[in-house]
Write a protein that binds this ligand. Structure first.
Ligand code: HSE
Length: 324
């Protein structure tokens, strides 16, 4: 059954969490909204907000392309679409904006087609589209997601975040393309560094799963990607080294950066100190940044099917939830 109109609210994500390169992800309480329906005439796009500026408004648009992949997989024919999108997730900053768009389009198109594809199938398609499963897994399932993708099979285990886990991110004003940040990585690493990351990542997963917040500082260390990306983000090394001295449970580069992420015990009395440390350190290195307090998102995509009042404009309908 083809549904009339669907609206999906999809969370941002952070990837790697330090040592879990291309493997660990966590959904964050920062969102994008995508609405989709079959169009009467030609395909139309309504892209709202600064982050959407410059994105193609024709059939080369990623959301349209992803939707058509779902329809092809599902054997349904919906060539013309109305697609509306607004996002609070900053672009090219390491907060999974492209993964959220991919997941939002997959979930919306699947719902429009009557939900013929399983979540597992959507996860597989999303991992293939993104090239790695960490951001898309978190956006698709919510919470903390441990994932593996070997190019043909995607598997994951979801971990419920500890109830006291809060997140402070420092989002620099400059953008860093994931491609550039991946190019900074070496093609070979030493065995001792591989062992270091296996130990750290395994311990981090166990610590997050068991709620052992005190182990996060030791477990969040990485030798696979962060040392090589640090030269691209002035101030990063100092923040990763010293954030725990200012009240963080642990610190990492968020995804490919440039956003820096700290995990914090929500009951901490040192939040203002940590926030000032992040801002001041980046400033000392000539980097302006915005800090945001976020929570782990627990729900993944939230879907409304055919429940929206079309006499109210898209932005009005989602406005209560938009940050600004
Ligand atoms: N795991 C990816 C990376 C996340 O670090 O390159 C960014 O998309």
């Amino acid at each position: 059954m083809i549904n009339g109109q669907v609206l999906v609210k999809v969370p941002a994500s952070t990837a790697n969490l330090g040592p879990g390169f291309d493997t660990l992800g966590m959904a964050l309480s920062l969102y994008a909204w995508i609405e989709m329906e079959a169009a009467d005439g030609e395909t139309v796009f309504e892209l709202y907000g600064d982050g959407m500026k410059g994105l193609p408004e024709d059939k080369s648009n990623l959301l349209y392309q992803v939707a058509q992949m779902v329809f092809e997989e599902a054997g349904v024919h919906i060539p013309e679409l109305r697609i509306a999108m607004y996002s609070d997730i900053p672009l090219t900053r390491g907060l999974g904006s492209s993964a959220s768009a991919i997941v939002g389009a997959l979930v919306a198109a699947n719902a429009l087609a009557g939900s013929p594809l399983s979540e597992e199938k959507l996860f597989h398609m999303a991992s293939e589209l993104e090239g790695h499963p960490d951001n898309v897994g978190a956006s698709l399932f919510g919470g903390i997601v441990v994932s593996a993708w070997d190019g043909s099979r995607a598997e994951k285990v979801r971990i419920a975040p500890h109830a006291d886990l809060e997140v402070l991110v420092a989002i620099p004003t400059f953008q860093l393309a994931t491609e550039k940040a991946r190019h900074a990585l070496p093609s070979m690493i030493e065995m001792k560094d591989a062992v270091y990351n296996v130990a750290s990542s395994s311990l981090l997963v166990a610590a997050l799963a068991s709620g052992s917040l005190e182990l996060i500082e030791f477990a969040m260390r990485d030798k696979l990607h962060q040392p090589y990306r640090a030269p691209l983000i002035p101030g990063m090394s100092e923040i990763l080294d010293k954030a725990t001295e200012h009240g963080a449970l642990g610190a990492a580069l968020s995804g490919a950066g440039p956003t820096l992420l700290t995990l914090v015990d929500r009951r901490s009395t040192r939040k203002a100190e940590l926030e000032a440390f992040l801002i001041d350190t980046l400033q000392q290195h000539g980097i302006q940044a915005e800090t945001r307090w976020l929570m782990p998102d627990l729900n993944g995509p939230e879907l409304s099917i055919g429940q929206t009042d079309r006499s109210i404009p898209f932005m009005e309908r989602i406005k209560g939830e938009v940050r600004a």
